[in-house]
Design a protein around this ligand. Structure first.
Ligand code: HEC
Length: 121
């Protein structure tokens, strides 16, 4: 993971990752979790639990790629998303939920996806 401190201006790729990430969120997450992560009724949980929750945050690539079902409603696997799509998405989510202008690389996502089953959420 490539972590940037807030005092430096982010690399030029950052804006591209962020806006691609917003597009991934809009196309693949918003219909259930809402535009601002507010969730929907009892079915789809709000994403506010992610706020400053680094542990849950780190599980997102696995949750998205393999799906999750801890309650009555399942979140379907989205293994048609590429590691780059997930890197964009994570960059976007980091800005909102961790308040960090962090560019999360595709390589970091590939590495993370290899470890999903050792520590499945
Ligand atoms: C078809 C609806 C649907 C879509 C689309 C969807 N989710 Fe979910 N999501 C769910 C449901 C339902 C759960 C709760 C599943 C459970 O644990 O039983 C969930 C759970 C989660 C959780 C865990 C929340 C917690 O508090 O533990 C995260 C994080 C998450 N989703 C992120 C995403 C992201 C990011 C996307 C887009 C790539 C996405 N979801 C797309 C329905 C959806």
């Amino acid at each position: 993971m490539f972590i940037l401190s807030n005092c430096y201006s982010p690399p030029k790729d950052y804006q591209e990752y962020y806006s691609n990430g917003w597009r991934v969120y809009k196309n693949h997450c918003q219909k259930c979790h809402g535009k601002k992560g507010e969730g929907w009724q009892q079915l789809y949980p709000p994403l506010k639990r992610l706020k400053n929750n680094k542990k849950l945050f780190a599980q997102i690539p696995c949750i998205v790629y393999y799906g999750i079902q801890k309650s009555a409603v399942e979140m379907p696997a989205m293994n048609y998303l590429t590691p780059s799509d997930i890197a964009y998405l994570m960059t976007y989510l980091a800005a909102h939920y961790l308040e960090k202008d962090t560019l999360i690389t595709t390589a970091a996502i590939e590495e993370r996806l290899q470890r999903c089953f050792k520590e499945k959420p």
